[in-house]
Design a protein around this ligand. Structure first.
Ligand SMILES: [Zn+2]
Ligand SMILES: [Zn+2]
Length: 648
């Protein structure tokens, strides 16, 4: 008999040779129907793989990330089978699962190309093959046999892959009449795939090296239900409409200029205003939570980053040092604010009574990203972190974590992110020696994070072995309105920098101690956050944040002066209003205002001027009636208060 341990810690005895499918069956029939792969002692296996020793077993379904990976990996096999069938003489290279679907890189036969018009045929053949319910079967192959197979076929790519593998470790996967080099982790059979879509073809260099041959990359995505494919395609359409790069331009928030440089965002007036409001919003909370604002320069001496260890780790792949006319003097563009804040901590002696010290800065940092990696505001070369560093005693870690987590929760709520999870990254319990800092402090900090998240009832994933070598961390992942996950704020405990910078405080025992440092950034960066927010709310920002809250639309030029007067009046109520002074028909003005997503419109004509009442339209809803200025201001202020006055 062997003992199987499941993720919840439950243990059960089985005959040796039991398969993950048998284990699923013994739990529930529903699970058995949905299980698509498994992990046994950390190795991905098929549901039919016999287990012959005591093992930790995780069963995966489509709902798990690992389940999707299995699904799409298996689909890549079918795609390869299809391409080989349609294009005899094609050379298969590699075909991994990716975040959304899978691809296969192929070397097309002389004179053949795959274009959009071929997708339908590929999809139809794919589904024809999938419906055969061919089982995926792994087999071991000797290196010599594997090489012979691909040498005979003239596939130099697979030969190169196999040459880098160790004899005895080489496995193939067969399904139907098709075989491919593979490490395993498959669906029970191809029949699980009920829908497929070929998304795209693109050029890709073999092994990503532009000196190598250019291959054809075929992208696809598959699903266990036809309905899910349809939903996915609708989501993609919606995502296109919400693309922050498109909305950023339409709403005149930010721009890029090749002349300024790639990956360096330019905030336009409306965007800068919005960003300032976000900063003020956060700063207000920070001041209440006991943070002090600091300001540090955009560059720092190379020595500073040698002390912090950043130069050794990232120096080569970063912006290169700036030389000055002085001999041997070098500066780096600031890649992070932490070293500067450590030096601020050091500027005077600290006692245990002074702690915690909390320094916050909207600090702009610069990191080199390859041009191919740049993407709108989410991947840039210069960005501003809503950064802060807390220096505290080990016994204060939990209290500080509570405060940070509450701040993050407040921020998410005020910005209408309702669906989020926290990932706790802890030490690898079997490998404790690779982490710096005392065992006692680690245990304390890890327990603190786990407790705080549990107390606040946040949905959590715990990852062992994912902590940085210098401390455990907590990441917040938000799901946007389209169900896409984005990583935002991070809270990171750090035992390393305080040591490197020789930070200390005098304890109640009169001896010198090293403080614990906590890095935290609820937004991550202003750039990334605004991008995520734009895509989440499709440009309809919460009322407190949106650039123009009200558009005043005079029905003719005659009322422009009245409109301007009204806009000044609204300003007294702290409302941001624009006046559409164009000589356009009011219908046109309404349509244009809808496009730029101003939440409220005030139509101004003879009747309104005479009665002193406002005719109010709400974005997406139409006419909501007439209001006095006081009533209208209260309407907006109540809406804003609902977002902002929820803090306990
Ligand atoms: Zn495979
Ligand atoms: Zn930091």
């Amino acid at each position: 008999m062997i003992t199987i341990t499941l993720p919840d810690g439950a243990q059960k005895q089985y005959e040796s040779g039991v398969t993950p499918m048998d284990v699923a069956m013994s739990i529930s029939e529903g699970l058995a129907r949905n299980v698509i792969s498994a992990s046994v002692n950390g190795t991905k296996v098929e549901t039919v793989t016999p287990i012959t020793e005591d093992a930790k077993v995780i069963l995966y379904t489509w709902r798990d990330k690992a389940g999707k990976e299995t699904f799409w990996h298996s689909s890549a096999h079918v795609l390869a089978q299809v391409l080989e069938h349609i294009y005899p003489g094609i050379k298969l290279t590699i075909g991994p699962a990716i975040e959304n679907g899978f691809y296969y890189d192929v070397d097309m036969p002389e004179g053949e190309v795959i274009s959009d018009t071929d997708f339908k045929n590929i999809e139809n053949t794919f589904m024809e093959f999938a419906r055969q319910k061919a089982e995926f079967k792994m087999k071991s192959v000797s290196k010599a046999d594997a090489l012979k197979l691909y040498k005979d076929a003239g596939n130099e790519f697979k030969v190169e892959l196999i040459e880098n593998l160790t004899d005895g470790d080489i496995t193939f996967c067969d399904h139907s009449n098709f075989t491919d080099l593979c490490r395993g982790g498959h669906l029970p059979n191809t029949g699980f795939i009920k829908a497929v879509k070929i998304m795209n073809v693109a050029g890709a260099y073999w092994r990503g090296d532009e000196n190598n041959k250019q291959l054809t990359r075929v992208y696809g995505i598959s699903f266990p239900k036809d309905k899910e494919l349809k939903e996915y395609l609708v989501m993609l359409e919606e995502a296109k409409k919400r693309d922050h790069r498109k909305l950023g331009k339409e709403l005149e928030l930010f721009a890029f200029s090749q002349r300024v440089g790639q990956g360096l965002p330019l905030w336009l007036p409306k965007g800068a205003d919005l960003r300032k409001r976000l900063e003020n919003f956060l700063q207000k909370q920070q001041v209440e939570a006991g943070y002090e604002m600091v300001i540090t320069p955009h560059i720092g001496s190379k020595e500073l980053y040698e002390t912090s260890g950043h130069y050794a780790k990232y120096g080569k792949d970063s912006f290169q040092p700036i030389d000055t006319p002085s001999e041997g003097e070098e500066f780096l563009l600031k890649p992070m604010n932490c070293p500067h804040h450590c030096e601020i901590y050091k500027f005077k002696p600290r006692s245990y009574k002074d702690l915690p010290v909390r320094y916050a800065e909207f600090g702009t940092v610069y990191r080199y990203e390859q041009s191919g990696e740049l993407h709108g505001l989410t991947r840039v070369r210069g960005f501003t972190q809503d950064d802060a560093h807390i220096f505290c005693r080990p016994d204060q870690v939990k209290e500080e974590f509570v405060k940070v987590v509450d701040l993050v929760l407040y921020v998410l709520k005020a910005l209408h992110f309702e669906d989020f999870t926290a990932q706790i990254s802890l030490r690898d319990p079997d490998n404790k020696e690779k982490y710096i800092g005392s065992d006692e402090n680690w245990a304390k900090a890890e327990a603190a994070i786990i407790e705080v998240v549990a107390e606040r009832d946040i949905e959590t994933v715990t990852e062992y072995g994912e902590a940085a070598f210098y401390g455990p961390k907590l990441d917040f992942m938000v799901k946007d309105a389209l169900g896409r996950s984005w990583q935002l704020g991070t809270v990171q405990v750090d035992y390393n920098l305080p040591e490197r910078f020789e930070l200390e405080y005098v304890g109640s025992d009169n001896a010198k101690h090293t403080p614990v440092m906590i890095h935290r950034a609820p937004f991550g960066s202003m750039e990334r956050f605004v991008a995520v927010l734009l895509e989440h709310c499709a440009g309809k920002f919460p009322l407190w944040l949106t650039p123009d809250q009200v558009a005043i639309l005079p029905v003719s030029d005659k009322y422009n002066d009245e409109a301007k007067k009204l806009s000044r009046l609204l300003k007294n109520y702290d409302l941001r209003a624009l006046v559409d002074e164009r000589s356009e028909k009011v219908g046109r003005k309404i349509r244009d205002t809808e496009v730029v997503k101003v939440p409220y419109m005030l139509i101004l004509g003879e009747q309104e001027v005479a009665s002193g009442k406002l005719s109010v339209r709400k974005q997406g809803e139409g006419d909501i009636g007439t209001f006095s200025i006081e009533e209208f201001a209260k309407l907006i202020q109540d809406d804003i208060a609902a977002d902002l006055e929820v803090k306990e």
